[in-house]
Design a protein around this ligand. Structure first.
Ligand code: AN7
Length: 398
C-alpha cells in the first residue's frame, strides 16, 4: 500500500502516483513483513536477501546484484578523530553509486506496472543507474541533465547504456520540474526519488549497516544530502528493523550539505521546521547541487526523530576530505561522497560528536565518476625516459 506522509491518505500498489491527491504531499510505501532475521543469513549476499522488506515480486526482479557493499573499518581516520569509524562504500555498486539499489526496485516496479518508458532528471548518478537498469529491463529511457554540470563518468554511462540524454538549459531543480510534468502527463514513468519505490531499494543501506554490525545500530550515520531521498530511505530501513525487533537502538541521522546548496542544513541550524529552497545552488560536488530537495519533509523528520543533526561543508573541505580518505584509507570517492567525511571532521571539531561514538559514514559514489575533479586535484605525472637510474633519483626524494 502507498500512504501519504502528511494526511495518511492511502493508495493502491498498482496506482501510478507520485504525490498525494488530497494534500499534495509526498508518499511512502508501507508493508508489514513478518519474518525472523535468521532467514537472511543463508542467502546470496545482495540487497535482495532482505526481499520480504522489498514491495515487489522478487522472482521477477530487474537486478545487477546490487548491494552488499564493503563496510570498511577505518581505524586510521577513526583514531585521528577519536571515533570508531566505519565507511560504507556505495561506489562498489554495479554502476558505481547507491542509486542502483533504488533503481533495481524502481525498475522492477515499472515492469510490474507494464510501462514502456522510464525517465528522470539527474545530477548524474541517477541517470547512469536508470540507463543501465532500463537497458537490462528492455525499457525506453530518457534523462534530463543540467547542461554542463554533470561529471564526465556519469554522462558517459547514461549515453553508453543507450538512454536518450537531454542537456537542459537550467539546473537540476528545473529539470526535475519538467520531467515531473512529463510523468504527470502520462508520457513516462518517473524514477526520481519522489517515486516511493526508489526509496524502498535504498533503505537496504540501513539494513546492511545493522547486519554488518552484528545486528546492532551504530551511534550515528553520516551521509551527503542532495534531493534528500537517501537519508529518508535509510531512516525508513532502520525504523523497519527496529519495529521488527532486530535492533533496540537507533542511530542519529546526520546529513551533510555543501554550504551553497544547503536548504536542509540551514533549516536545522536555524531551528526551523520548514525548509526554504536555495535559488542558485552551487558546489564542486555537482551530485548534490540541488536547491529544492523533493524529500525534505521526510529528511527533516529523519533528523528530528533520530535526534540527529545537519551540517554544511565548503568545497575546499570536501576536496580535502576526498583526498584524505583516498590517501589514508585507500577509498576513492567522488566529491559529493566526501562530504560525509568532511562533515564528520567538522562535527568532531565542533564538539558535536562525542569521543568514541560508533560512526558510519556513507560514501555514495565512486572516485571515477568525476575523473576531471580528481585529475585537477593532483600534480600531473612526471615525463621521464624509461631509465632505472634516472628513476632511482626520484625514489630518493620520496
Ligand atoms: C554521489 O543523481 O540527485 O540526497 O540525480 O549522486 O538522495 O539526493 C544524486 C544524488 C549523494 C545525494 N551522493 O543523495 C542524481 C542525484 C551522490 C549522489 C547524493 C547524490 P540524495
Amino acid at each position: 500500500m502507498i500512504r501519504c506522509i502528511s494526511c495518511d491518505a492511502k493508495y493502491d500498489d498498482d496506482e501510478i502516483i507520485y504525490t498525494c491527491k488530497e494534500c499534495g504531499s509526498i508518499l511512502e510505501v508501507i508493508q508489514t513483513p513478518s519474518v525472523s532475521k535468521e532467514v537472511f543469513s543463508n542467502r546470496k549476499n545482495t540487497m535482495w536477501k532482505y526481499k520480504e522488506f522489498l514491495p515487489v515480486n522478487s522472482d521477477k526482479r530487474v537486478s545487477l546484484e546490487e548491494g552488499a557493499t564493503p563496510f570498511c573499518k577505518c581505524d586510521k581516520i577513526g583514531k585521528e578523530l577519536g571515533v570508531d569509524l566505519y565507511v560504507k562504500v556505495e561506489g562498489s555498486n554495479p554502476t558505481g553509486s547507491f542509486k542502483d539499489r533504488g533503481m533495481s526496485v524502481g525498475v522492477t516496479k515499472a515492469m510490474e506496472l507494464g510501462v514502456n518508458m522510464v525517465g528522470c532528471a539527474s545530477t548524474g548518478n541517477t541517470s547512469a543507474s536508470l540507463a543501465a537498469y532500463a537497458a537490462r529491463a528492455g525499457l525506453k529511457c530518457i534523462v534530463l541533465l543540467p547542461s554542463g554540470k554533470v561529471a564526465l563518468g556519469k554522462l558517459a554511462q547514461a549515453m553508453f547504456h543507450g538512454a536518450k540524454v537531454l542537456g537542459i538549459n537550467g539546473n537540476f531543480d528545473e529539470a526535475l520540474e519538467t520531467v515531473t510534468q512529463l510523468a504527470l502527463d502520462g508520457e513516462l514513468y518517473l524514477l526520481n526519488s519522489i517515486n516511493p519505490y526508489r526509496l524502498e531499494g535504498q533503505k537496504t543501506i540501513g539494513f546492511e549497516i545493522v547486519d554488518d554490525l552484528g545486528w546492532q545500530s551504530p551511534d550515528r550515520i553520516i551521509l551527503p544530502v542532495g534531493n534528500a531521498g537517501n537519508i529518508s530511505a535509510i531512516w525508513k530501513g532502520i525504523k523497519e528493523f527496529n519495529q521488527a525487533g532486530f535492533i533496540d537502538d537507533i542511530p542519529m541521522m546526520t546529513g551533510i550539505q555543501a554550504v551553497n546548496a544547503a536548504p536542509i542544513a540551514n533549516a536545522i541550524k536555524q531551528g526551523k521546521t520548514e525548509v526554504t529552497p536555495v535559488k542558485d545552488p552551487d558546489t564542486i560536488a555537482t551530485a548534490i547541487r540541488i536547491g529544492a530537495p523533493v524529500s525534505s519533509t521526510k529528511a527533516m523528520r529523519a533528523i528530528q526523530e533520530s535526534n540527529g543533526t545537519a551540517e554544511t561543508v565548503t568545497d575546499d573541505e570536501i576536496l580535502d576530505a576526498q583526498k584524505y580518505l583516498a590517501r589514508t584509507e585507500g577509498i576513492g570517492v567522488e566529491p559529493a561522497s566526501a562530504a560525509s567525511i568532511a562533515g564528520l571532521k567538522k562535527l568532531v571539531e565542533n564538539g558535536e560528536i562525542d569521543k568514541n561514538e560508533r560512526v558510519v559514514c556513507i560514501v555514495t559514489g565512486h572516485l571515477l565518476k568525476d575523473p576531471n575533479t580528481a585529475i585537477e586535484a593532483c600534480t600531473q605525472p612526471t615525463e621521464i625516459d624509461s631509465d632505472a637510474e634516472a628513476i632511482k633519483k626520484i625514489l630518493k626524494t620520496l
